[in-house]
Design a protein around this ligand. Sequence first.
Ligand SMILES: [Zn+2]
Length: 486
Amino acid sequence: MMAASRATGAAAQDAPKLPSGAFVIRCGAALLEKNNELAVEHGVDVLVRDGVIEDIKVDPISGFPVVDASRHLVLPSFISGHTHCCSGTPTRGIFEAGRSYRDPLQLVEKLSDEEQDALTALNMAELLRSGCTTHIEMSLTLRQAESYVRVAKPWGVRGFPGHMIPNTTRLFEIWFRTDDKVLFESENETLREIADGLAFGKTHMGANGGLIVPMMNAHATDTHTEKTMRALKAACDELGSGLHLHYSQSGGESGKVKALWGKSPTEWLDSFGLLDQPVFGAHMSGIDWAAEGPMLKAKGVVYAHCPSGGGAGGGSQPYPEALAAGVASNIGIDTHSNDYVEDLKLAVLYGKNRTRHLRRTSAVPLKSPTIMDALDGATRVPADALKRPDLGRIKIGAQADIVTVDVSGMLSGSGAMPPEPVYNLLYCNGMMVRHVMTTGRIQVYDGALVVAGEAKVIADGGAVVQKIWAQLEDAGWFSAPIPRRG
Ligand SMILES: [Zn+2]
């Protein structure tokens, strides 16, 4: 594809010679799956051959090139249950004071394909840089989903992409409607989008050696009708990979669904059979955990908890409630932060604080999250929901989707390999990620992007955001009064 070449072309000329084919990862410590349990093992060698983990030994495995992770914690690379890949950098740093992200995100759709690809590339590079190699991706429009695939393919990224329906050019007037007539009048266009989403899914299903597996996406339950939900179910059945949606994002969403259809969002989705498949639902702030929790658990719906979903300092979310209800809980990226390690940490820290504050007043049980809860949620939980037991774990026979994190250096460690390195992750961010690979293909090496020229990816992506800032400036966006936010 011509459009991808500018941002995603040949790898940097000065890139180091990287091991490929068969090589050993020499791990200071590794999070292994043993007898179905997660266990940290110190001083192990992991042999990767042809994209798969072939052997794991405490003794050194000799005779192969070595990727040195001897001062790192080695983990299965992270799976985000909710991303909008190219939307991070256009909003970051300009909406936290209280402005809406609506205008910057709508301007993304006015970009050329080439510009969208440059934006996608920088955001995808950030995801990889922080160890997030698998994305349940809800692109905000079909064009952005095509851009996602164009960039993901040459970089060997594992993606489950689709486009948000209704897309971002139509969404806000439907979502923020004051009259439900707007919702019903949107039906035909939404049905057309579902057909387009299905066609996109069929076109790209299994692309790149099976790394690209499109899914159907819905914006949320309060922007659909019975008619569009039935069409969505038919499309999901035809595509067969599952459903991704924002799920009970607020009490407002559940209220609207109850008023229109007499059911909670969970009952309403279930009435169409939409929960009888892999489902990734983001946010869930409006869930009635006592009433809906048991169904979410029984159906295996994955709660994609996105601690940075509202941007830095955004609202607290019901991760402790979901864990206590036994609901499969993943850590997701959402829009503004692409730093998976930071979000992993925030999920634990925010969750512990929420538990402390609500312990005496909560009407439902709470479980204070541990780093192991978050790590399981970042790896095995979404892999199992996707029916992919070969993903999200370090064990013999699994795909070599792996991240290494420096837990012994400055700020994250103590100058030596620590005895309980998972806790050092609570002092880490994505910049402490050193090596990242998908199916044994190294994408980040010693902290640098190696699937493309990192400096060019940053410069090209930055130029596109500068254009968006200039358009916002011209429209008076920066000088308009800022609405108060909580
Ligand atoms: Zn979202």
